[in-house]
Write a protein that binds this ligand. Structure first.
Ligand SMILES: Cc1ncc(COP(=O)(O)O)c(C=O)c1O
Length: 406
């Protein structure tokens, strides 16, 4: 028996949805690889990847296969029981990273919530009630729960909801002296994105992360890397910390880890994990068999030399062309980022107008992203075909040409 589908349009959004989003004027209905089709049959090149989520594009056969196979077996059992896909995926993550223990959840915010709660719990158990300060970066983004907006360094997301979580200090990113001044023996954790994503696609400097690691060790604080956006291959390494050679104590992963199926994970060591003993933290859906079956297929495909090397080669393709467009039309002062997380910083003349680039690109049939008002962001599939990159950038260039002419 099929479910009756009533016709819907973009205008319905404003009638039935909470107005916290302002989605584009069209509704995507189908995706294949790095192409998407809307209700009218119009085809677009997808450089947005569902905000750095669809690491393997749309309808990748390995992911579709894993999901449908699991859908016919077992959907959900809760954490009153464990399940095979969750255990297999956890083993793969442990084998591939610094981590010895995994906690599964459903979103980046939840992975960070778990990370921050673990950091405070460890300090509480080992050092008492006074060690709870968290040092985080200005302009950082860690999610939308009250704890994660409080740790995030963007007041526009944390203000207006009553008292925030206290005990959090924000310092300028990539400023080691400021970090040194903020960290003390009362610090339980330093929280950083190795590449600030929403804050403008800004990679950390090596000395900064090395310095953060040293400060944490000196003050018995934990180093937490939020790799929700930079992780699972997007940087050209499985996780960005591997590029820097700086190992965190706790790492949060989401977005790409499920390739488009909602899932997330917090990774840590055995020594720290034991502080989350039975009943201390939890979630109904975390480690759901459907999500973990897809996650397994994602890591199997992504964590291969071909895919990771491909990310770096595709980065060069994007960068060379975007720099050229930036120069020719005077729109970008810098093209930065790592792997397939690329940010084009707008010149003074175009500052604040990233949304206009988004709209112009959409009109030419290419989906892109902003990272704040001053940066145009690209986060495509890691296996996007070179032909799609070229076609999408042709369309993007036409959009920039029209925008600058207007
Ligand atoms: C670095 C980072 N952390 C956390 C989050 C929150 O993830 P989610 O929206 O899945 O809760 C995001 C989302 O953009 C992010 O980029």
């Amino acid at each position: 028996m099929s479910v009756e589908q009533v016709p819907v349009q973009r205008a319905d959004f404003d009638q039935v949805m909470v107005p916290n989003y302002a989605p584009a004027a069209f509704i995507p209905v189908r995706g294949q690889g790095s192409r998407v089709w809307d209700q009218s049959g119009r085809e677009l090149v997808d450089f947005s990847g569902g905000i750095a989520v669809n690491v393997l594009g749309h309808a990748h056969p390995a992911l579709v296969g894993a999901l449908t196979e699991q859908a016919n077996k077992l959907w959900h059992v809760s954490n009153v029981f464990t399940n095979e896909p969750a255990l297999r995926l956890a083993k793969k993550l442990v084998d591939a990273t610094f981590a010895e223990r995994v906690f599964f959840c459903n979103s980046g915010a939840e992975a960070n919530e778990a990370a921050f709660k673990l950091a405070r719990r460890v300090a509480h158990d080992l050092y008492g009630t006074e060690k709870y300060q968290i040092v985080a970066a200005l302009n950082s983004f860690h999610g939308r729960t009250l704890f994660t907006v409080s740790v995030g360094g963007q007041p526009k997301y944390s203000e207006g909801f009553g008292p925030k979580i206290t005990g959090i200090t924000h310092v300028p990113y990539n400023d080691l002296q400021a970090l040194k001044a903020a960290v003390s023996d009362k610090t339980c954790a330093v929280v950083l994105e190795p590449i600030q994503g929403e804050g403008g696609v800004l990679p950390a400097e090596l000395e900064y992360l090395q310095g953060a690691r040293k400060l944490c060790d000196e003050h018995n604080a934990l180093l937490v890397f939020d790799e929700v956006q930079s992780g699972m291959g997007r940087s050209g390494h499985l996780f960005a910390y591997m590029h820097y050679g700086v190992t965190p104590d706790i790492l949060s992963s989401a977005k790409s880890i499920g390739g488009g199926f909602p899932m997330a994970a917090m990774l840590t060591t055995e020594k720290l994990a034991k502080h989350l003993s039975v009943g201390v933290h939890g979630t109904t859906y975390g480690g759901n068999p459907l999500a973990c079956a897809v996650g397994e297929a994602v890591i199997d495909v992504v964590n291969t030399p071909q895919v990771l090397a491909g990310v770096n080669a595709k980065h060069e393709l994007f960068k060379a062309r975007l720099q050229k467009i930036g120069q020719q039309y005077g729109v970008f002062s810098q093209v930065r980022g790592m792997g397939l997380l690329i940010g084009c910083v707008l010149t003074d003349a175009w500052k604040g107008k990233a949304k206009e680039f988004f709209n112009a690109a959409e009109h030419e049939g290419v989906m892109i992203l902003q990272a704040g008002p001053d940066v145009v962001r690209f986060a495509p599939s890691l296996v996007i075909e070179d032909a799609d990159i070229n076609e999408g950038l042709d369309r993007f260039e036409r959009a920039v040409a029209k925008l600058t002419k207007a």
